[in-house]
Design a protein around this ligand. Structure first.
Ligand code: ZN
Length: 173
């Protein structure tokens, strides 16, 4: 017999729908933010990712670690798999990944293995971030491929989401 978990408090944040006319880094990060809200609505840590190629979104995903019982089901990994499938090529060297939190060791490694052109993230992670937060895999001296990195796009919005989620989680316990 498993106990029914208590009902989730609803996510207090709303999705944001940016104008389609200006497709800048903030535009794509808002889409990643919306993915993070979807994660929260499924009681997952709110981290979202999208991948852009040629001005189009070819992948959008959010963290699904708890629901899938899969430690690799991070937003970035799911998005990379989707993107590679969408273009029929594991090399994503013209694509940009937008993610609401700095990638962990696994996901930072995956961005290099996918040979992404750019990675844009919102919130740096000094504990586990491996694109400059805790360490920087992009600086491995023997690796030929290097990513362009952009940090801090919609940082406060994405940080608020994460902090509010963990505050509510702690209050539940
Ligand atoms: Zn990760």
């Amino acid at each position: 017999m498993s106990e029914t978990p208590p009902p989730l408090p609803p996510c207090p944040f709303q999705k944001v729908f940016p104008s389609q006319l200006l497709r800048d880094d903030a535009f794509y990060m808002w889409l990643a933010y919306n993915q993070a809200i979807d994660a929260w609505r499924q009681d997952e840590v709110p981290i979202g990712a999208v991948i852009e190629l040629g001005g189009e979104v070819i992948a959008a995903a959010h963290n699904q670690r708890d629901n899938t019982h899969d430690p690799t089901a991070h937003a970035e990994i799911l998005a990379l798999t989707q993107a590679a499938r969408a273009i029929g090529n594991w090399r994503l060297n013209e694509a940009t990944l937008y993610v609401t939190k700095e990638p962990c060791p696994m996901c930072s490694g995956a961005t290099l293995m996918a040979r992404l052109k750019r990675v844009v993230f919102a919130v740096a992670d000094p504990k586990m971030g491996c694109l400059g937060g805790a360490t920087d895999l992009n600086l491995l001296p023997q690796v030929n491929h290097h990513l362009e990195i952009e940090r801090g796009v919609l940082e406060s919005e994405c940080r608020d989401l994460l902090q509010a989620f963990f505050r509510l989680k702690r209050a539940e316990e």
